[in-house]
Every structure is written in C-alpha cells, then in structure tokens.
Design a protein around this ligand. Structure first.
Ligand SMILES: NC(=O)c1ccc[n+]([C@@H]2O[C@H](COP(=O)([O-])OP(=O)(O)OC[C@H]3O[C@@H](n4cnc5c(N)ncnc54)[C@H](O)[C@@H]3O)[C@@H](O)[C@H]2O)c1
Length: 260
C-alpha cells in the first residue's frame, strides 16, 4: 500500500521488534507516518533496527519484567507525546517438547506462559490508560499463531497463544467503552530466524502444506498489523485474524488422498 500514511502523528510501541515480524511491523508503521519505539530484550539489535527507520527510537524492554515494561511505555509517551498503538509481538523461544508429554516439567510451561501470554498482559496493562487517551485512535494488536487453533506441537506455546486469543476478546470488552480496539493476528509459518538453516523445510512446507504455495514473509504479517491498527479497522475489535496462506482453512492432505 505504497503512499498511504494512515499513522501520521501516531506514537507506536512494538515489543520484540529487533528482528523478524516485529521489525517488519515497525518498518511498515513508520513508512505510513508513525513514530515507533523499537523495543526488545536484545538492546543492540533493537538499536540497529531503529537506526534504519526514520523517526524511530530504541529501548531495551524485557516483557517478562513489569518495571521494564512500565519504563518502555513511559518512554514512548514522553518521546511521542502519547501512545496510540501497542503491538504485542515478543514471545519466549520455543523449547521442543519431550517425546512424552508427562516428561515436560512445570518450568517448560511457566517460562513460556510468563513471556508469551503474561508479557502481552503486562504491556497492555501499562499501555491502556494512554491508548484510552488517544482520542479513539488507540489500538492493541497482538501476534498469536496458528498454534492457538490447531496442534503443530509445543503444548505450552500453543496454550500461551490460545490464552492470548482469549485475552484479546476479554480485553476488547473492557477497552471498547474507552475507545480502544484490541485484535490479534494468527500467522502461519513465517520465514524468520527460528527457521534459519531450514530453507528446504520452508520450501517443502510452502509447496505442500500452504494452499497459496509459499510460507509467509514478515511483511505479510506487518501488512495485516497495519490494517488492524489503523482506522480502516475502526469497527473491528475482539477479532483474531488468521494470516496463514490458507493453511488451516484448506486440508491439503485430505484433498490429495481423495484425488489419488
Ligand atoms: N516465525 C513464525 O513462523 C511465526 C509463526 C506464528 C507466529 N509467530 C509469532 O510472531 C511473533 C514474532 O516472531 P518472529 O518469528 O518474528 O521471532 P524472532 O525470533 O525473529 O523475533 C522475536 C524477538 O523477540 C525478542 N524477545 C524474546 N524474548 C523477549 C522478551 N522477554 N522481551 C522482549 N523481547 C523479547 C527477541 O530478542 C527477538 O528479537 C511471535 O509472537 C511469534 O510467536 C511467528
């Protein structure tokens, strides 16, 4: 959508924005006029990413740490004169499940839930009063996953993303009377660093599992974030938008067997 500037005068905070989907989102919203605070637990990478985005600033923020989250929101409000959009994108690295479910200890659940679900809760809690003061522009967009909707492995990650979808709905109810919209995007496979070195797997997934013939790019997700964050989505709240190249809607395996 070259040329549209839907976020002129907006202040935006993106978590986990040093790379991948978060960085693409920061670039997209800035290209449409926003001033973006690029936050990440990896401070050096956040600074490098922000340095290439006009008007952006960078700050270390660990979404697992309430004080760090409060400080990041306060920084954005001060730097941009307010906060209009929060993008909850940070997540905990996914540790593969043990072969047997009963071998997964509490730790592998609590670590994942604390960052992926509670991180978004903390950021939303800190940001909401400022988003409510944004004169009807306030919006939260959280990045979920198709793992919230179907089994692709990883119990705790899937539960965290499903919990995030529930939180998206319940917070939408709280926030609507205050003029703030809350939505979520559930991406399918997106080529980011978690898939580095697995180009053959990505190509195979693209051609065999994805009806649209490829896996996603960070820019595919950023475009959907921009839509939900913008006034084009002024009457959309409490929604989870799947951005997955048709993965969950179309059962390719079933079709292939039937056509054999
Ligand atoms: N890549 C995919 O295939 C895919 C698919 C579905 C959903 N998602 C979701 O998209 C989002 C972004 O994923 P990505 O693939 O771009 O990841 P990525 O690994 O490229 O980037 C994630 C960023 O989050 C940061 N981070 C990690 N822990 C943090 C913390 N505690 N506080 C702040 N920042 C932290 C990392 O430093 C990193 O820069 C995540 O919510 C992920 O679950 C990704």
């Amino acid at each position: 959508m070259a040329g549209t500037r839907r976020f002129e005068g907006y202040g935006v905070l993106v978590t986990g924005a040093a790379r991948g989907i978060g960085a693409a989102t920061a670039r997209r919203l800035a290209a449409e006029g926003a001033r973006v605070l690029v936050t990440d637990v990896d401070e050096d990478a956040a600074r490098e990413t922000a340095s290439e985005i006009p008007g952006a600033e960078a700050l270390r923020c660990d979404v697992a740490d309430p004080a760090s989250v409060e400080a990041a929101v306060a920084y954005a409000v001060k730097a941009f004169g307010g906060l209009d959009v929060l993008v909850n994108n940070a997540f905990a690295p996914v540790v593969p499940d043990h072969e047997l479910f009963e071998d997964d200890p509490d730790d592998s659940w609590t670590g994942q839930l604390d960052v992926t679900l509670m991180g978004a809760v903390r950021c939303s809690r800190a940001a909401l009063p400022h988003l409510a003061a944004a004169g009807g522009r306030g919006a939260i967009v959280s990045i979920g996953s198709v793992n919230a909707e179907a089994d692709f492995g990883n119990h705790a990650y899937s539960a965290a993303k499903a919990g995030l979808a529930s939180f998206t709905r319940t917070l939408a109810g709280d926030a609507a009377p205050r003029g703030v919209r809350v939505n979520q995007i559930n991406p399918g496979t997106v080529a980011t660093r978690g898939w580095a070195g697995r180009e053959a797997d990505l190509a195979a997934l693209g051609s065999r599992a994805y009806p649209l013939g490829r896996v996603g790019t960070p820019e595919d997700i950023a475009a959907a974030v921009a839509f939900l964050a913008s006034r084009d989505a002024a009457w959309i709240t409490g929604t989870v938008l799947r951005v997955d190249g048709g993965l969950l809607a179309v059962n390719r395996h079933f079709g292939e067997i039937m056509n054999d």
